[in-house]
Design a protein around this ligand. Structure first.
Ligand code: DHB
Length: 513
């Protein structure tokens, strides 16, 4: 009998965990579940106990969202310490209800692996309640994050009652959910959130996590506009077709980015300091690595999108060295660079890549960025804090930084300065604090929080929802601070998540203590 089963048995006999009382509203009820099954894509039937609709705070403001579900496989993994996958379905910074596991994403796969799964709901930009005849928006920042932190605390507080090890929580989310996962990973136990969590009636427990899985995190929101324009400005008069007004804003934003890059003091893996001057070469190494891996997996990459190749025309056994390859590479169905087939680039019969001798030798970054922009039209500047600058429409970020009356808000000084209606407005102290605590970059490498040890970060190589700088900076800052980071820009991937689950679960397995 392992430690966990022994302690659960003792509790069943009338014991109680330290700090918790028997009639405590935050205590998990191990007897309250239904039995459910899930049929996996390969036909395997996975049976599990479902504990659903559990409130994770005592002062519930929004009962539609402030609950979590826990799923415990009938056949727990036979390992000393079973991990818990905490999957958030937050998207677009909107509210998300506590959901059931899905056979087609990481939740179903985790259950099939014998891991415990927790799917919390959380408030978001569109969640409302009626109070005293008025509609109240409940999920403006940082409330969605606070809900997820409260869910982590609930798991910790009930570690003795819930199967799985709350010291092995892996958070997982995509896009705004990827940002939430990054925040959960970066802000563990930070006192900045304490006053809010106490007011909500969150359980009295730690909220640091063991690992964060972040697919295309839409984060570093207060620098994302400048990072977008600094990178994609090269497309402004080409594929992006910006107006003169938009180009002015783009150029001004881009001009603010070098100081930000330099301020980060990041280093590459050889210890060289990254600056705005060498940063693009650093970024290219990740994109080239992505293309190279795709080639090794049998992908044909067109030679029109910026790459140069070394192609050994003599074949693997020798013959004259071919020099940089220049043959057409379009036409074959390219895998995603992660083992799955992607849609074809077009018809044709290009020669196959020679896995043993060909490789990517260079990249014209501007050309590649134009290719990315030609796949999905870029956002217009400012890409995130857009409301009131050149258009009135609020972005998801303007909405989540809005107020309880549902009014969206600006969250950067740049956009406030560029509003025609009130250019002298500045961010108030409350907004400065909200922006600060919604950015994981502010916590990594400081003594403010307990940062997760393990990170799995993916951002598709053709995902233009945020600048490549956002995930690259996040991953690099974590690596520079000694974290175990598995980072890649998977080839041909658009804005998406929970893909290549074989790779993800191999990583999880390799990083279990
Ligand atoms: C999401 C996508 C965005 O482009 C964005 O700005 C915010 C959120 C999302 O898919 O969650």
């Amino acid at each position: 009998m392992n430690y966990k089963i022994l302690s659960m048995t003792l509790l069943a006999l009338g014991g109680c965990a330290a700090g918790a009382s028997a009639n405590d509203a935050m205590r998990f009820d191990p007897g309250k579940y239904t039995r459910q099954t899930l049929t996996m894509p390969d036909g395997e039937e996975v049976a599990f106990k479902a504990y659903e609709g559990i409130a994770y705070v005592t002062n519930i403001e929004d009962p539609t969202y402030q609950t979590l579900n826990i799923y415990v496989p009938e056949h727990l993994a036979e390992i000393p310490r079973v991990p818990v996958l905490l999957r958030t379905y937050v998207g677009g910074y909107m509210a998300s209800t506590a959901k059931s596991p899905s056979a087609s994403d990481a939740t179903g796969r985790a259950l099939a692996e014998g891991y415990v799964v927790c799917i919390p709901g959380s408030r978001g930009s569109n969640s409302t309640i009626e109070s005293n005849g008025k509609t109240v928006y409940t999920g403006t920042a940082p409330n969605g994050l606070l809900d997820l932190k409260a869910a982590v605390r609930y798991l910790r507080y009930n570690d003795d009652l819930i199967p799985g090890d709350s010291e092995l929580i892996f958070t997982d989310g995509t896009s705004a959910g990827g940002a939430m996962s990054a925040l959960l990973g970066a802000t563990g136990n930070a006192k900045e959130y304490d006053k809010y969590l106490r007011k909500m009636g969150a359980a009295d427990a730690r909220d640091d996590v063991y690992a964060a899985i972040c697919y295309c995190p839409i984060t570093d929101l207060n620098h994302a506009d400048m990072e977008y324009e600094w990178l994609y400005g090269c497309t402004n008069t080409g594929v992006r077709h910006l107006s003169a007004d938009q180009i002015l804003i783009s150029n001004e934003l881009a001009a603010e980015c070098p100081a930000y890059i330099n301020s980060l003091g990041l280093k590459d893996k050889n210890g060289n300091v990254l600056t705005a001057d060498n940063y693009k070469d650093y970024l290219k190494t990740f994109i080239m690595a992505s293309a190279h891996r795709a080639l090794q997996e049998g992908c044909e990459i067109p030679d029109t999108i910026g790459f140069t190749f070394y192609q050994d025309k003599g074949g693997p056994m020798g013959g004259p060295m071919g020099g940089p390859g220049n043959g057409p590479r379009g036409g074959m169905r390219p895998p995603m660079g992660d083992g799955r087939q992607a849609p074809s680039f077009g018809p044709g019969n290009a020669p196959r890549f020679n896995k043993t001798s060909d490789f990517v030798t260079g990249l014209d970054l501007d050309k590649y960025l134009s290719y990315v922009a030609s796949m999905t039209p870029l956002k217009t500047p400012p890409a995130f804090d857009q409301m009131g600058v050149l258009i009135d429409t609020p972005s998801p970020e303007n909405k989540v930084f809005g107020n309880s009356e549902g009014e969206a808000a600006n969250f950067t000084d740049f956009s406030l300065r560029h509003r025609l209606d009130n250019p002298s407005a500045t961010l108030d102290a409350a907004m400065v604090e909200r922006v600060e605590i919604m950015n994981p970059m502010n916590f990594i490498g400081t003594d403010k929080s307990t940062v997760a040890t393990n990170w799995y970060i993916r951002h598709g190589a053709k995902d233009r929802d945020t600048s490549f700088l956002v995930p690259v900076n996040l991953a690099t800052k974590l690596m520079n601070n000694g974290k175990n980071v598995d980072f890649a820009l998977p080839w041909n991937r658009p804005h998406s998540g929970d893909y290549n689950l074989d790779d993800l679960f191999a990583w999880i397995k390799a990083n279990l203590k």
